[in-house]
Design a protein around this ligand. Structure first.
Ligand SMILES: NC(=O)c1ccc[n+]([C@@H]2O[C@H](COP(=O)([O-])OP(=O)(O)OC[C@H]3O[C@@H](n4cnc5c(N)ncnc54)[C@H](OP(=O)(O)O)[C@@H]3O)[C@@H](O)[C@H]2O)c1
Length: 332
């Protein structure tokens, strides 16, 4: 049966924030396709999650060339979902992709050279069947390519109509500033910066977040649930089918430490007092900072996604809650 999105998809609880100084509105909750959309995953569940997201006001879907496994298959599968069910809704969607991590063999399939970025966006457009990406990112600073070379490739991508906006991901402070400066001067500003941020990883508080704000870049947090550690998943061991249990998952068993789980259990008690699940509170904690445009969540079921969207119901924290949380997470 043909998919018809919920008529009230924008009348629900989803909130939208301007992405930095740009005119682009992003939903506070975005959906990432790093895990659970590859060829090893259930295409039916993947399709249901995209439909559920869209029905609930999630307009932003985050991809990268190498998401899978196999690398590239998340883009291919998302392309199939778009073709089957979303052809009439492209203008209601923000679709992002990235280049910069290892993707194909040989010297040009990795890194942030102009060669890699230009070839990669063409491949990503073919896999997804899209005419253009809304946002295209340099996925990382590769430590060698001059930032100016990568920046020029991003500018040209916009000029060629292959992306509407550009962003950076995980750049160290020094290179992050150069990207902002160079892009600003070119008239193609860096509208978004994507970094890991959660109660378990607050390194961006050391400067990346403030620098993005200084240059008017929006900021989107990835792995806000610490890949599931900040949910009820691991409170009683490692469940079958969880990311840590799967050989294809990026969360390794040795990252599910006793110390982290003990803290997660105590955070879970604070969440319960707030009438939230731990996942909801973990997302609310990231979103409480006005400089955070959106969080990119991952999910392996519609149920998880539903829970994550509920975070928006309560983004406010009392001073007592904040200091309790701070003292729990300060040792991590
Ligand atoms: N720029 C970059 O370098 C970069 C790097 C990493 C990620 N990202 C982006 O960020 C996105 C999100 O990253 P992530 O998947 O690590 O995010 P995450 O939201 O921290 O973790 C998602 C995982 O947490 C579990 N989960 C989610 N909601 C839950 C809930 N309500 N209750 C219980 N468990 C729940 C699920 O694990 P199970 O699968 O075990 O059920 C899910 O797969 C990626 O898809 C990608 O788009 C970007």
């Amino acid at each position: 049966m043909e998919y018809e999105p919920a008529e009230n998809r924008y009348a629900g609880k989803m909130q939208y924030n301007y992405c930095g100084n740009s005119g682009l509105l992003l939903p506070r909750i975005s959906l990432g396709l790093w895990h659970n959309f590859g060829d090893v995953d259930d295409f039916g569940v993947a399709t249901d999650m995209i439909k559920y997201a869209f029905d609930n006001g999630i307009t932003h879907f985050d991809l990268a060339n190498n998401y899978g496994p196999a690398p590239g298959s998340a883009e291919t599968n998302f392309g199939k979902i778009l073709k089957n069910d979303f052809q009439s809704y492209r203008d209601e969607m923000i679709i992002s992709s990235k280049a910069g991590h290892e993707m194909w063999p040989g010297p040009y399939g990795d890194g942030s050279s102009r060669k890699n970025i230009m070839a990669s966006i063409n491949q990503s457009l073919r896999r997804t069947g899209l005419d253009y990406f809304d946002i295209f990112y340099s996925h990382r600073y590769d430590g060698v390519t001059p930032v100016e070379e990568t920046v020029q490739a991003l500018i040209d991508i916009v000029k060629q109509g292959k992306a509407l906006y550009v962003g950076l991901s995980k750049y160290p402070l020094e290179q992050q500033r150069i990207v902002y400066e160079e892009l600003q001067d070119s008239g193609v500003p860096c509208i978004i910066s994507q970094y890991r941020y959660s109660m378990f990883d607050r390194s961006i508080e050391q400067g990346n977040l403030a620098l993005a704000a200084e240059y008017g870049s929006g900021f989107i947090a990835f792995s806000p649930l610490a890949q599931g550690l900040l949910t009820n998943q691991y409170l009683r061991g490692i469940p079958e089918n969880s990311r840590a249990a799967k050989s294809t998952g990026f969360l390794k068993v040795d990252q599910v430490t006793e110390e982290r789980i003990a803290i997660a259990r105590q955070l879970n008690e604070i969440a319960a007092r707030r009438g939230q699940t731990l996942a909801e509170m973990a997302l609310a904690w990231v979103l409480k900072d006005a400089r955070i445009t959106s969080v990119i969540v991952g999910a392996s079921s519609v149920k998880q996604l539903g829970d994550n969207i509920k975070a928006i119901d309560n983004l406010l924290f009392s001073e007592t809650e904040l200091s309790e949380i701070k003292s729990l997470i300060s040792s991590i």
